[in-house]
Design a protein around this ligand. Structure first.
Ligand SMILES: NC(=O)c1ccc[n+]([C@@H]2O[C@H](COP(=O)([O-])OP(=O)(O)OC[C@H]3O[C@@H](n4cnc5c(N)ncnc54)[C@H](OP(=O)(O)O)[C@@H]3O)[C@@H](O)[C@H]2O)c1
Length: 318
């Protein structure tokens, strides 16, 4: 099969599209014919081996995962003898990051728990955009942010993969959403359902006097003073981009300000993939896709990802 291979920690320019053996599923695994995949910051970090702690998981000197790509959608090609939930021909989507990646390829191996049936109303490209980004938004808002219908929520970094889903998921809970993005992405944020938008290129917005029950900070760049101004007493601040501000200030904010500050690390699971599928099938969640690439173009898509300025998701059609 064809796959995009990375043999050393490096830039996308050293990735190669080449023939490799198909992976073999164990008796508990599923082989998926990958029809689409999408890129995430996780792929970018593992490709570069940076920041250094990434190497504790992905290999100290050279990458353990030589075919990256976590998000996939496709069709079940083979099932191990102990697989109970999927059959050959099922259309599925899922996240391979907990079982060694492998999505930038024509075939990939998955555990049952990393997959769910694909949303019936989305095509394979739209479905491949969902797993990591939409589940991160869901877990950030619902699990860590304890979102409620009466909340007013600020989403910082609302125009990228996670942010474009966060706007829609927050709206699905009935909350009021203020989206922070750059000038040429304001219209997209409104189209996705934001009640109002803030253009961060116009300067520091934290001192406007407006404050929120929940701040979901996808960029992780707000300092303690800004967080204090933006989060109402009794409110929550959740960063999905590991923020040292949270580590240094969470106890103080909790004891003296009555505000909860948390960092989060999403863990995609089948129940949340199913939750996301249901939202999509109820027309409450659509995939905002900047561009669809081919397998040859994975390095180009990763270069764009690395710049951190995407408008929604970057998807690969396989
Ligand atoms: N903790 C977890 O489990 C988890 C899971 C997934 C992702 N993440 C992290 O979440 C971050 C975002 O991921 P993503 O997939 O959404 O990335 P992405 O698709 O590259 O989106 C980033 C977005 O942020 C916007 N942006 C850049 N600087 C900004 C600023 N100062 N203020 C507001 N917006 C800004 C960018 O566009 P404009 O600047 O043009 O508006 C872009 O649309 C990444 O750092 C990733 O590592 C964490």
């Amino acid at each position: 099969m064809k796959a995009v291979v990375n043999m050393k920690y490096s830039s996308p320019d050293y990735m190669e599209l080449r023939e490799v053996p198909r992976p073999e599923p164990t008796h508990k695994q599923v082989m998926v014919k990958v029809l689409a995949t999408s890129v995430n910051k996780a792929d970018w970090h593992i490709l570069n081996g940076k920041p250094f702690p990434v190497r504790l998981m992905a290999g100290l000197f050279k990458p353990k995962y030589q075919i990256l790509g976590a998000d996939i959608s496709g069709v079940v090609e083979r099932v191990g003898k102990d697989v109970t939930q999927f059959q050959i021909g099922d259309e599925v989507f899922g996240d391979l990051s907990s079982i060694g990646f492998g999505g930038f390829a024509e075939y990939a191996i998955a555990d049952e728990e990393s997959l769910a049936k694909k949303p019936s109303n989305l095509n394979f490209e739209q479905s491949a955009a969902l797993p990591i980004a939409a589940v991160t938004a869901l877990q950030g808002l619902r699990n860590k942010g304890q979102i409620k219908a009466e909340d007013r929520i600020l989403i910082n970094g609302a125009s990228g993969g996670v942010g474009s889903f966060a706007i829609q998921i927050a709206k699905s809970f009935g909350a009021q959403v203020v989206a922070v993005c750059s000038t040429n992405k304001l219209q997209t944020a409104l189209k996705l359902g934001a009640d109002s938008v803030i253009d961060y290129t116009q300067g520091d917005f934290s001192g406007s006097g407006d404050s929120f029950n929940l701040v979901f900070d996808i960029i992780g760049n707000l300092n303690a003073h800004q967080i204090d101004l933006l989060v109402k007493k009794g409110g929550r601040y959740v960063s999905c981009n590991f923020s040292s501000t949270v580590v240094l200030n969470s106890l103080y904010f909790s004891l003296f300000k009555g505000k909860k500050l948390v960092n989060m690390l999403a863990k995609v699971n089948q129940a949340d993939l199913q939750y996301v599928r249901k939202l999509a099938e109820e027309d409450k969640l659509l995939s905002e896709i900047q561009e669809v690439f081919t397998l040859d173009d994975v390095p180009e898509a990763l270069h764009i990802m690395g710049k951190g300025r995407s408008n929604g998701k970057l998807v690969i059609s396989v």
